[in-house]
Every structure is written in structure tokens, then in C-alpha cells.
Write a protein that binds this ligand. Structure first.
Ligand code: FES
Length: 114
């Protein structure tokens, strides 16, 4: 075992966990577009050159907020917990979480390469 805490703390400012868990008992995150929500989170970060440069994304198993209305998302170390997230919610979730954390309430526009 190799402890990489310090190295990863230097590299990453946050990790977004997106539940893509499939349940057989009832519809939950996988059945309500968990994969699409994870893709939307990655896309938002890629458009801002932040995907794995300082924000990691991991697809997770059950985060304890199962719902048929949307996906569970957790942002650490911000300690922000979201339930019933849809693809349409992702831009607001990410903007409020990351821009507010940076003290900037303005919406961050994606980087363009004209
Ligand atoms: S299956 Fe996603 S939070 Fe439980």
C-alpha cells in the first residue's frame, strides 16, 4: 500500500461522485440516466479544462439517496450532496458548486477554440 494523500491533495481540488448504480428492486440512478449525468459532469469540466486537471469524476455505487426522479451526486471535499439530479440540472449544480466555492457567482462560460 502506498499513501498518496499529499500528492492527490496537490493535484485535485475536488472529486465529483456520480451514482450509476443499478438496482433490481426499483428504478434508481442507472435507470434514470446516471451515465448521462456522469457524462454531463465530465463535459462541463472538459469545456473548462478542469477535468482531472483539478477536479476528478468517479462513477460510484449507491450513495444512499436513491430516487426514481434522478441521480445522486456528491462533491467532496465541498461536502455538497444532491439527489434527483437530471442532465438538465448539471450546469447549475456545477456552476453553483465550483464558481461559488471560488467566490465567483458569475456563470463561467466554456473555453472556445476559434
Ligand atoms: S442507487 Fe444511486 S443513490 Fe442509491
Amino acid at each position: 500500500m502506498e499513501r498518496r494523500t499529499e500528492r492527490m491533495r496537490e493535484r485535485l481540488s475536488a472529486t465529483v461522485l456520480v451514482c450509476t448504480n443499478e438496482r433490481t428492486e426499483y428504478a434508481a440512478c442507472a435507470a434514470v440516466d446516471g451515465g448521462d449525468v456522469a457524462d454531463a459532469v465530465r463535459d462541463w469540466l472538459c469545456e473548462r479544462d478542469r477535468y482531472w486537471s483539478d477536479v476528478a469524476v468517479a462513477e460510484a455505487s449507491c450513495l444512499g439517496m436513491c430516487s426514481e426522479a434522478g441521480v445522486a451526486v456528491v462533491v467532496q471535499p465541498h461536502d455538497e450532496w444532491f439527489a434527483e439530479v437530471t442532465v438538465d440540472d448539471v450546469p447549475t449544480l456545477m456552476t453553483e458548486t465550483f464558481d461559488a466555492a471560488a467566490g465567483d457567482t458569475a456563470v463561467t462560460e466554456p473555453t472556445t477554440t476559434d
